[in-house]
Write a new protein. Structure first.
Length: 160
C-alpha cells in the first residue's frame, strides 16, 4: 500500500450504501486495505480471522469480502466454504488477497503485495458485476476500460 491516500482517484460510482468486509490476520494489511476503501467512499468492517468474518457477514451482509487465505481459527478457504453453504451468505462476492501463489480458480484473486490501483479496480469490477446499480455507474466503455469483464480473474501484482 505504498501510495499516499491523497493521490487516489475519485470512486467510479457513488458507493455510500456498499459495505466491504476486509478479512486478514495481518493488522497492517487489514488496516491499510480498509483505509484505502474508506477513502474511496465505502463503508468498511474488518475481521482478523474467518470466524470473526463469518459472524460479521451474518450481521452486516457486506457487498464484498476481500480476504486472505492463511489465517488462524478459520482459514480463508474454510470461510469461503462456509459462505457458500449459507443460503443468506452464498451470493456475497469474495476477492482473495493473499501471498500464496496457488489461488482458487472460482474467485477474483490478487497476490500480495498489491498495488492500490489494482485493488480498487478489482473491487469496483466485482461490485459492478454482482450488485445492481444504486446510483451512477460508469458507462459500458468505461467499465471495459477498468477491467470489469465477467468471470473469475487473477491478477498477479507486485508493488511498484
Amino acid at each position: 500500500m505504498g501510495q499516499r491516500a491523497s493521490k487516489l482517484r475519485p470512486p467510479a460510482m457513488i458507493l455510500s450504501r456498499r459495505c466491504i468486509l476486509v478479512v486478514d490476520d495481518d493488522s497492517d494489511q487489514r488496516v491499510g486495505i480498509a483505509e484505502v476503501l474508506e477513502i474511496q467512499g465505502y463503508c468498511v468492517a474488518t475481521a482478523a480471522n474467518g470466524w470473526e468474518a463469518l459472524e460479521l457477514a451474518t450481521s452486516t451482509s457486506p457487498s464484498l469480502i476481500p480476504l486472505d487465505l492463511e489465517m488462524p481459527i478459520m482459514t480463508g478457504c474454510e470461510l469461503i466454504s462456509a459462505l457458500r453453504r449459507s443460503v443468506t451468505l452464498r451470493d456475497i462476492p469474495v476477492m482473495v488477497v493473499t501471498g500464496q501463489k496457488e489461488l482458487p480458480s472460482d474467485v477474483v484473486s490478487l497476490v500480495k503485495p498489491v498495488r492500490i490501483e489494482k485493488l480498487l479496480e478489482c473491487s469496483e469490477g466485482v461490485l459492478a458485476r454482482s450488485t445492481p446499480a444504486i446510483a451512477t455507474e460508469p458507462s459500458p466503455s468505461a467499465s471495459a476500460e477498468h477491467g470489469t469483464e465477467t468471470g473469475p480473474k487473477k491478477a498477479h501484482e507486485g508493488a511498484t
